[in-house]
Design a protein around this ligand. Structure first.
Ligand code: PMT
Length: 403
């Protein structure tokens, strides 16, 4: 479970720092790669030479490498790691982490960390029991960090025997347990293609035919699939919406036109387990694109349009028995019958209907009101955030995998 995992090990100034050698040994034995980041006080307790000999990597302590002045990037470390473990974590470091006091490399790395963080406090009982330490630990737990403590954890009713760092083998076991649960996420091992946003169809170098899609619904779907363990291929039209954080398991291809989106999807879908087609793809594109900005002449202007490829219908045709395909229908009238039509014509496993007649649904809003329609029937959902609607859609897809 730890094989190939990249672990940043933060070491701070505690007498328990020597035990970090045992953590490294245990992690490396299980196949993990370890990068040590140590505070200046940590170096008083254990030498970087010992640590780099064990990890086979230079130990990072300063913002700049002393040897050649190169910049140690905490942001890169935050993206590199699968997990960060801070063991031992002193009361001072815990306080700085809880309050964002980024005065050393370890705290800046912590603040940039995209991966889960595990904290093993180490201090004497009085420091541990002090309300400020307890408050800071609670804050870190509220931030989603994992506090590793011997026994029943720092919130236990009795603090007796507390503050001592958890044994190295148990710290590593907690990591293993975390990664083993990750393996059983509903979409672990699945590859999902998601299309998002609008397409722009060029008229001339300054004008295009587009639509109001912001990409919010598609990005929410990508985030939900990634959180459920999938490897996501996101093919995205021109959007300014951003994801709430970086995901190492979302790979994004940016496109502009329907033709580009079609080429990307046609190449990607054959290796996918499923596709969710949320993009608002232009059905038509100008037959010719002017090389230069079209000038006003006083006459009417006629743009002749030709049909774009129907991405959904093409993927529906190439779909293999074990693959799934989920489509969207954005309607303004005859919602149910139009959606039923698209469900069949495009060979979707189910279709997500949203109507511009519903307030708060469709383009640009942070909310959506959806119905899921399949051969089995129709499920209606109330108006929700796009994040929650994405969860309903992905849960439905997970159940189609399992049916
Ligand atoms: O991006 P947001 O602002 O958050 O808005 C979200 C949304 C309203 C765009 C989204 O919820 C949505 O409804 N997306 C589909 C919009 C659409 O184009 O629907 P459609 O009924 O025209 O198309 C039916 C299906 O075929 C869709 O899955 C579409 O992606 C696909 N299609 C359509 C045309 C085409 N040439 N190729 C396609 O693949």
């Amino acid at each position: 479970m730890l094989n190939g995992k990249k672990i940043v090990l933060g070491i701070t100034g505690s007498i328990a720092a020597y035990k970090s050698c045992l953590i490294i040994r245990e992690l490396i034995k299980k196949g993990a790669e370890v990068q040590v980041v140590i505070t200046p006080a940590g170096k008083e307790f254990i030498t970087p030479i010992t640590l780099s000999a064990l990890t086979h990597k230079p130990v990072i302590s300063e913002f700049f490498s002393q040897r050649d002045g190169t910049w140690n990037s905490h942001v890169d470390l935050g993206l590199w790691a699968d997990a960060m473990v801070i063991a031992p974590a002193t009361a001072s470091t815990i306080g700085k982490m809880a309050n964002g006091i980024a005065d050393n490399m370890l705290i800046t790395t912590y603040l940039s960390m995209k991966a889960p963080v595990f904290i093993a406090p180490a201090m004497d009982l009085d420091m541990f029991a002090h309300p400020s330490t307890q408050k800071n630990l609670r804050t870190l737990q509220d931030y989603g960090n994992h506090i590793i403590e011997p026994g029943t954890g720092f919130l236990a009713s009795t603090l007796e025997g507390k503050g001592r760092m958890e044994e190295p083998v148990n710290i590593v076991a907690r990591l293993e347990e975390y990664f083993s649960n990750e393996d059983i996420k509903p979409l672990a091992g699945k590859k999902i293609l998601i299309t998002a946003g609008p397409t722009y169809e060029k008229i001339d170098p300054v004008r295009f035919i587009g639509n109001y899609s912001s990409g919010k619904m598609g990005l929410a779907l990508a985030e939900e699939c990634a959180s459920q363990g999938a490897d996501v291929e996101l093919v995205c039209g021109p959007v300014s919406a951003k994801m709430s954080r970086d995901y190492p398991n979302i790979h994004r291809t940016d496109v502009e036109s329907a033709q580009e989106m079609y080429e990307a999807c046609k190449a990607i879908y054959p290796t996918m387990d499923a596709g969710i087609l949320c993009a608002a793809v232009a059905d038509f594109t100008p037959e010719t694109v002017a090389d230069q900005k079209i000038k006003r002449t006083g006459d009417d202007m006629i743009i002749r349009l030709k049909p774009n490829p129907d991405i959904a219908a093409s993927l529906g045709k190439m779909k293999r028995a074990e693959q799934k395909l989920v489509g969207f229908a954005l309607e303004t009238n005859n919602e149910e019958s139009n959606a039923q039509d698209k469900l069949k014509k495009k060979n979707f496993d189910f279709i997500v209907l949203n109507s511009l007649r519903d307030k708060g649904a469709g383009f640009k809003t942070d909310t959506n009101k959806i119905s899921i329609i399949s051969a089995e029937g129709r499920k209606d959902f109330p108006l929700k955030s796009k994040v929650d609607a994405a969860r309903d859609i992905v849960d439905e897809m997970v159940s189609t995998f399992n049916s």
